[in-house]
Each structure stands twice: as C-alpha cells, then as structure tokens.
Design a binder for this molecule. Structure first.
Ligand code: APR
Length: 261
C-alpha cells in the first residue's frame, strides 16, 4: 500500500484506514501522551505546553534525581498523578475501547501511565512505561503498593510498609529499562499484527518507538493519528492528521460502516 498523507476529513484516507482495520485479525493500538491530551493531561514534547518544555526531565524523571531530592521528585509526580486522577477518558480512548467489540483481537500498547485506556474499557493494555497506580520501595524489593497502602502516612515520600525505605512510583525513568515482560509482549504482538493504529506519540523515545517499526517490518498496515507530522508519519501507510478525540470516533464509525455493524 503506498504511503498516504491525507487530511482525515477527506474520506478516502479514513476509509483506507478503516478497511485495513476491518481486515485485520490481530490489531495493536500503540499510544503516547497525545491520546490523553484531550483529557487535559499535558504531553511531553509539545512546544510551550509539553512537560519537558517547562521542566528538565533530568531533574525529575531519573533515579539520580530521586536520590538527590526525593521530596521534590515525589511532589512533582504527586501533582501529575492528581491531574491524571481528575481526568476522564476522552472520545479517543472510548473509540479505541469500542474497537474491541468490532475486531477479533485488539491489544493496546501504551507509553502512558495514566490508566485512562483501562478506565475507558480497553481490556488488554500493556503499559510499557509503568503506571501511576503502583509503587515500590527504591531498591525494588517490595512492589505493587497502591495509594491506600500509605494513605495514613504524613511523611512524603512515603515509606515502604515492609522495609521502611522510600517508596517510588512504578514508572520507567530515563536511564531505566522497560519492564521486560511488557516490552517483549509488545514486540511479539507487533511482529504478529496485521494492522497497527498509532495515536499521539512523537515516536522518538526508544525502545518503545521500536513497536511500530517492528509492525511495519512484519508487513502490518500502520495508521498514524496525530495533529502534527511525528517521527512515524513518514513510515506509516496512512497518516490521519488531527486530534485523536476527533479522528478516532470518525475512524470507528467508518469501521462500523465497513462491517455493517
Ligand atoms: N491527539 C493525538 N495526538 C496529539 C494530540 C491529540 N489531541 N495532541 C498532541 N498530540 C501529539 C503531539 O503532536 C506529539 O506528536 O502527541 C505527541 C506527544 O508526543 P510526546 O509529548 O513526545 O509524548 P510521547 O510520544 O508519549 O513520549 C514518549 O517520552 O518522556 C517520555 O515517558 C515519557 O512515555 C513518554 C515518552
């Protein structure tokens, strides 16, 4: 299929994408921060509004930063988590979840830690960069604590109920490896999918960004949804320009129409 860089308001690009999805028996949806943008959660690299446009990630999202000033890093994450906890899934998340009812197999591989795909009803979500809903002690001996496990503690960062060391979010910081089982599952699914729907990622952070490249190598049809041309747009078969909250419901409607659903 030749590369198509089209405005999604021209139906042929949308129909091409919908057709690829309806023919796909194994579909992977790969998402980044952009899919949560319309839920009010900032992205990382957008000029002005992106988190890394306003903060230095090396002061906030590395194990060294946490060792250097745990209270500062903890407070920043607690703020971010508060924003995400107050957010609601947007029509883009809901459209992705609705695809599960229409297509044989849909798996979401996300770089996001906000949990909005699960709250929208997606039942198979692989979190490559961890989650804001789980915490571990700094050396990783005790894992899987939830907010309730330290709600009664005044001290911030809270302490591990098992060993008394500081707790940290189970998110992947710069310089850290991705959860091996999540990464290998994502890469295996990408190598075996027929279609990959990429939504809201700049496609510049590795190894997560290998996911769409593996799908492309394996011959899957890659559809990229983004208001801007991101690093993956050029390698995609169809580039649908626009915000996920608008494009994805139109894509879902086109899939439904294709299926006569
Ligand atoms: N709908 C879809 N995409 C959007 C929207 C929207 N409404 N608004 C912005 N975007 C796009 C931007 O154009 C950009 O290409 O979302 C993308 C967000 O890119 P980044 O901010 O780089 O976020 P992401 O790709 O998820 O970053 C990957 O970097 O810092 C790490 O761990 C962090 O998981 C994150 C990783």
């Amino acid at each position: 299929m030749s590369h198509r860089d089209e405005d999604p308001h021209r139906d042929d690009a949308l129909l091409t994408a919908a057709h690829a999805l309806t023919r796909s028996s194994r579909t992977v949806v790969f998402t980044g921060a952009g899919v949560s943008r319309e839920s009010g959660i900032p992205t990382f690299r957008e000029p002005e509004t992106g988190l890394w446009a306003r903060h230095d990630p090396m002061q906030l999202a590395t194990p060294e930063a946490y060792r250097r000033d745990p209270a500062f890093v903890w407070s920043w994450y607690e703020h971010r988590f508060g924003v995400a906890a107050a957010a609601e899934p947007n029509p883009g998340h809901h459209a992705i979840a609705a695809l599960e009812q229409l297509l044989p197999q849909v798996v979401v591989v996300t770089q996001n830690i906000d949990g909005l795909h699960q709250r929208a009803g997606s039942s198979h979500v692989i979190e490559l960069h961890g989650t804001m809903h789980s915490f571990r002690c700094v050396d990783g001996r005790h894992r899987g604590f939830g907010w309730d496990d330290f709600a009664g503690q005044e001290e911030r960062p809270p302490r591990c109920p098992e060993c008394g060391d500081y707790l940290r979010p189970e998110v992947v910081w710069f310089g850290e490896g991705l959860p091996p089982e999540a990464l290998s599952a994502a890469q295996q699914l990408s190598a075996g999918c027929d279609a990959m729907l990429v939504v809201g990622t700049s496609g510049v952070v590795y190894p997560a960004a290998t996911v769409p490249l593996i799908a492309r190598e394996a011959g899957a049809t890659v559809i990229d949804v983004n208001p801007e041309r991101d690093a993956l747009a050029q390698m995609s078969d169809v580039f649908l320009r626009g915000p996920g909250g608008e494009v994805l419901p139109r894509l879902l409607a086109a899939v439904r129409e294709h299926l006569g659903a």
